[in-house]
Write a protein that binds this ligand. Sequence first.
Ligand SMILES: Cc1cc2nc3c(=O)[nH]c(=O)nc-3n(C[C@H](O)[C@H](O)[C@H](O)COP(=O)(O)OP(=O)(O)OC[C@H]3O[C@@H](n4cnc5c(N)ncnc54)[C@H](O)[C@@H]3O)c2cc1C
Ligand code: SF4
Length: 511
Amino acid sequence: MANLLLVLGDQLSADLASLKHATADDLIVMGELKTEATYVRHHPKKIALIFSAMRHFAIELRERGLSVDYHEYDPDATVTSFTDLIQQSLAQNPNRFSKILLTFPGEVRVLKEFKRWQDDLELPVEILDDTRFFVTPKAFKEWAGDKTQLTMEHFYRWQRQTTGVLMAGEEPVGGQYNFDKQNREPPKQKLNPPKAYEPRPDEITLEVLDLVETHFGSHFGDLRPFHLGVNRREALEFLNRFIEERFEHFGAYQDAMMAGEPFMYHSLISFYLNIGLLSAREVVEKAEAAFEAGAPINSVEGFIRQILGWREFVRGVYWLKSPEYDSKNLLNHQRALPSFFWSESLETDTHMACLRESISQTREHAYAHHIQRLMVIGNFCLLAGINPREVQEWYLAVYADAFEWVELPNVVGMILYADDSFATKPYAASGAYINRMSNYCKDCHYTVSHKNGDSACPFNYLYWNFFLRHQERFDGNNPRLNRTYATLNRFDDKKIQLIQSDAQNFLDQLN
Ligand SMILES: Cc1cc2nc3c(=O)[nH]c(=O)nc-3n(C[C@H](O)[C@H](O)[C@H](O)COP(=O)(O)OP(=O)(O)OC[C@H]3O[C@@H](n4cnc5c(N)ncnc54)[C@H](O)[C@@H]3O)c2cc1C
Ligand code: SF4
């Protein structure tokens, strides 16, 4: 008998576990569903990317001779959820299927839905491991064991040894596992990153763009121009162009930021990795091949660390710590997210050039690179004490690569220190860091070298105010913050009062 297969919008891989052995007798269901399109107010580009990529993928499956029941978005449809979709397929095809075959999803809420079917439906429901990742949640759990602190570097070395990636026998290629120190060049005047590849929307995408404009046009973010890849060929072109045009400088300028250069030397492949158009294994293999062909070790190792290290690590943390993970708030931060995060007129809504640049670029491209997400926007949310739930919702909505398994650990664990199981200290920085790693400060209303007063860079007093607020928790209890508190403890009362009153005035005006 045939199987009923459900393929999700982030499972668009020809070799997906559930699709690997699919036959013409099976039925594959796919749907552009209201619940999925609306559980947060996704950026319109994100919805268009997923709907268009799903439509292209469904065509490819049919070309493989497979049978696909595809549901295009309809706001009035009675089928609004995965459960509706499955129930409808079962009702329309009585006695046709021997089982329902699924691939492990990317979100706790979807896994719960799958598990409910295992309890409620009469048919067997099989959930296969998602083999597109190097590590299963079970293997990560075994690695984590009873460790109280999960250290990415340890996980990464284990991955390098297990997979043999960038290893020469027992030893890491280049003599060390990590070339992080060579990933921190500030931007130079003459840097000229190549223009990003811009595929042209085809008929399918144009139709999706009209649909998204009609139903989701009021969401934060620009839908057009739309130049994301929506099929395997375009995704591969992004990867190949990265290797050819940007990879050489990726390593050195991984942390650099420049006004008007949203993409720098980054790969722009997270969208395609996360929805399945590229596989992590092929990406790592291409990077290794580029090394053989002469690419510098700081680029190759730095890039592989992101994919084999961070990407796998955060997924492991997500499944290990969920379902409680999204409610973590270790520092008890309660401030509302400032409304300018959702603003269409940032130019007037904030005077902070670094935030304005990073958020307006997010609005335009549904993309910001890692250091903007971490050290500008994330750093601001941490220092301003924004409630983690509101930050989570924003990051999940505004980036086209955002899925909960990858967004949540980056927000909860990395930027907000709302959970301390993997960050050994908060990623807090004053304006000096942003000034060193970008050219934003020279066109800012604020002066980065000023520490207090109306002209001072807000990151400066917010930074010290943050460590003052959390002195009891950190001072003397976290060796990595000893130097910070040694400096802070030398401030006199007047300096402390200035910091606190500047911070209070600024925070009072935020909303
Ligand atoms: C607060 C915050 C939220 C984030 N949310 C997401 C998200 O929702 N989805 C997402 O894919 N990435 C997220 N990241 C990680 C990272 O910022 C993006 O993966 C990266 O900016 C994507 O651009 P790129 O493909 O050009 O990446 P590159 O800089 O070229 O890096 C190559 C690849 O490495 C992987 N990678 C790098 N850093 C991380 C990381 N910290 N966690 C997981 N994978 C990583 C990505 O797959 C990326 O495509 C987040 C980071 C932070 C700090
Ligand atoms: S001066 Fe401060 S607020 Fe302005 S761009 Fe620099 S770091 Fe950002």
